[in-house]
Ligand binder design. Structure first.
Ligand code: SF4
Ligand code: SF4
Length: 405
């Protein structure tokens, strides 16, 4: 598959200021990684002349886009690196990468045997086997699989949901479907409390994040085209907007589809929203917010901004939404990447760097004495749950927990 045209990736705009190198979390801990400036715009000039200049060490890029957020010249550094990986890196061959990439396949298999799979995955002997045979690091804790998929529960709600006069279509993502249906139920509860019904998208597929990062670009494109068809039907034919509860799914549907997968989503992009953004706008209507009653308990809440929320610039909606809740003392961490980056931190060769990258965040959480740790991304949650004494909550699950009506 050909990568997205390099002309989209504006490497000529680099003014060599090196600011991106200060913000790259990998460069701080892994000397083998060339970094955003060298691996991005600098090497792109060389790669265009001769693909042999491609450096396999670009596989260490987390695709966090922190470099892009920092760049004063708006160079799409992360996109340049990912496009180079798509175009030049060795084809995926490892069984491990196949299993980590195909979340739909793994989720469908695992949910059927969840009561058996969950305890087995937690055993020391299973972790040692995964480490030794597949190079999935033994320290990593797998999220538990659910016995009933979110989609199964949602199908039973279809009639009730259709009675609401206003509707949204929900892109639930693999994590909600196979691991944490409660998050999807929390979203439905909040939207219903605001007088809005929730529909599923037709035939939703994995958004493509793990497929892209593990090199399965053809499959990611196939999923992307199928998702776009369903999104178009909802937005264009039914005039129903899309909301998602995963920051990385939202970012991928909006930005990685056109930038990395050559999927043109121009007609619908502005109608694909992250849930807290959508709800924040609803909360600005006093008639809506007065329908909701929250706990009187005073709560100390800390918020970690996931990388893809930072890239979208949408952390402001989660922050301002949480600030609207009475009795909450909110602290937003000045944190960088948590280090896990989806499936990246599961790989044995990345585990040490992943934990070193996340260490400043783990320390902030431990020092905070927070009642609740909140973050929008499921894999940030896995990293925080595994590496600190706290449990990380999605903002919607947090809201659903403190809602008293
Ligand atoms: S921050 Fe942007 S302009 Fe500065 S070196 Fe990096 S890519 Fe170039
Ligand atoms: S996307 Fe993240 S890991 Fe990759 S070069 Fe940019 S800052 Fe570094």
């Amino acid at each position: 598959m050909e990568a997205a045209s390099i002309s989209h990736n504006n490497f000529e705009q680099c003014i060599k200021c090196t600011i991106c190198t200060v913000y790259c979390p990998v460069l701080k801990v892994n000397p083998a990684f060339p970094g955003p400036k060298h691996g991005g715009p600098d090497h792109e000039r060389l790669r265009l002349k001769n693909p042999e200049f491609y450096d396999e060490a670009l596989k260490y890029c987390l695709n966090c886009k922190r470099c892009e957020v920092a760049c004063p010249s708006n160079v799409k550094i992360g996109d340049i690196i990912q496009s180079a990986r798509i175009k030049h890196q060795k084809k995926p061959g490892k069984i491990r990468d196949f299993l980590l990439a195909h979340t739909d396949f793994m989720g469908t298999m695992a949910t059927s045997f969840a009561p058996l799979i969950n305890p087995v995955l937690g055993l020391g002997i299973s972790k040692a086997a995964l480490d030794g045979v597949l190079s999935i690091d033994r320290h990593r804790a797998f999220p538990k699989y659910t016995g009933q998929k979110f989609e199964t529960w949602m199908k039973k709600q279809a009639e009730t949901q259709s009675r609401y006069p206003e509707q949204v279509s929900y892109f639930h993502g693999c994590y909600v479907n196979y691991n944490n249906p409660q998050l999807g139920k929390d979203l439905v509860k909040i939207f219903n409390a605001l007088g809005i019904g929730v529909q599923m998208l037709k035939n939703e597929k994995c958004c493509g994040v793990p497929l892209i990062s593990n090199g399965y670009i053809g499959k990611a494109q196939k999923n992307g085209k199928s998702n776009l068809k369903a999104i178009r039907e909802s937005v264009m034919d039914k005039n129903i907007p899309i909301v998602a509860s995963s920051s990385s799914c939202t970012f991928t549907l909006r930005d990685e589809y056109p930038h990395l997968l050559d999927i043109d989503n121009t007609e619908v992009r502005e109608h694909i929203e992250y849930a807290t953004r959508y709800i924040y706008r609803l909360f600005s209507n006093p008639d809506r917010i007065k329908k909701l009653k929250f706990t009187d308990r005073k709560l100390n809440v800390v918020y970690h901004v996931p990388c893809h929320m930072k890239k979208m610039g949408w952390e402001i909606y989660t922050i301002e939404l949480l600030k609207l809740i009475p009795n909450i003392k909110l602290t937003t961490f000045d944190s960088n990447c948590c280090g896990i980056a989806g499936t990246y931190g599961f790989k044995k060769e990345n585990y040490k760097a992943s934990q070193e990258i996340g260490k400043p965040l783990f320390d902030m959480i431990e020092r905070s004495g927070a009642d609740y740790v909140v973050s929008d991304c499921e894999t940030c949650k896995w990293q925080i749950d595994m590496s600190t004494s706290q449990t990380c909550h999605h903002p919607l699950s947090f809201l659903a927990q403190i809602l008293t009506n």
